[in-house]
Write a protein that binds this ligand. Structure first.
Ligand SMILES: C[S@@+](CC[C@H](N)C(=O)[O-])C[C@H]1O[C@@H](n2cnc3c(N)ncnc32)[C@H](O)[C@@H]1O
Length: 219
């Protein structure tokens, strides 16, 4: 679109870079900044936006007025039909809530998913393996928190080959293979924090996995 200068905060920009599709669905859009950007930048032709709550649904309707977007009030994929969207995003929620949303209607999932949880993506990595989605890209971005962003494509996942499974599921096989500098910082900070805690079983178990991950950085 001519004169388009609209920008996004880094986590949503990282998500947007993974999306280019005729029709994209964004679940839990609230202010709808992501689908608005996708439409105005031409990355998608049409957006389907789903909101569970009335206030955010109204926010989305206002943000997308006049654009090629449909804003639906409903719970996750309950208001999306199979084959309607080419890709789907879920951003800014807890990973466990995302897993519940993704698991509720497996036949309605499009082949490409971009997921930005506000906490550890581990439950999403475990879900993706069991649901037949391959990790195509992993990003880590600084913002209010440190965000992991997963891009998944339906298919067989080879991302874990050659890695110890537990650290890879927890911290990300592609981030570990890429020796991502922000992940290294994250692991070192977490290790320093965990080492100050009483060494109960849970703490020891996390430290063990964390140290396996750090070993992959040669640390
Ligand atoms: C914190 S906001 C995130 C907004 C935006 N996606 C972002 O990342 O900035 C989460 C939104 O998800 C919506 N939401 C939560 N559960 C949902 C569900 N099951 N179906 C649709 N929307 C949901 C909430 O109403 C809320 O507006």
């Amino acid at each position: 679109m001519a004169g388009f200068t609209f920008s996004l905060e880094p986590r949503l920009m990282a998500v947007a870079q993974e999306i280019r599709a005729p029709t994209h669905a964004d679940i839990g859009a609230d202010h709808a900044l992501l689908p608005r950007y996708l439409l105005l930048s031409g990355r998608v032709e049409r957006a389907i936006v789903v909101e569970k709550n009335k206030g955010p649904w109204e926010n989305s309707r206002r943000a997308l007025a006049g654009l090629n977007a449909e804003v639906r009030l409903g719970d996750g994929l309950s208001v999306l039909q199979a084959g309607e969207a080419d890709s789907l995003s879920l951003c800014g929620m807890g990973a466990r809530l995302m897993v519940r949303i993704l698991s509720a209607h497996p036949a309605r999932l499009p082949p490409r998913l971009v997921l930005q949880p506000n906490d550890s993506p581990e439950p999403l990595r475990r879900w993706a393996l069991s649901a037949g989605f391959a990790l195509q890209n992993e990003q880590m971005v600084e913002g209010f928190w440190r965000y992991g962003i997963l891009t998944l494509q339906r298919g067989v996942c080879t991302a874990y080959a050659g890695l110890p499974l537990e650290p890879a599921l927890r911290y990300g096989p592609l981030l570990l293979k890429a020796q991502h500098p922000l992940l290294r910082t994250h692991l070192q900070e977490r290790q320093r924090y965990m080492q100050k805690l009483a060494p109960v079983e849970k703490v020891r178990a996390e430290l063990e996995v964390l140290e396996q991950a750090l070993e992959l950085f040669g640390a």
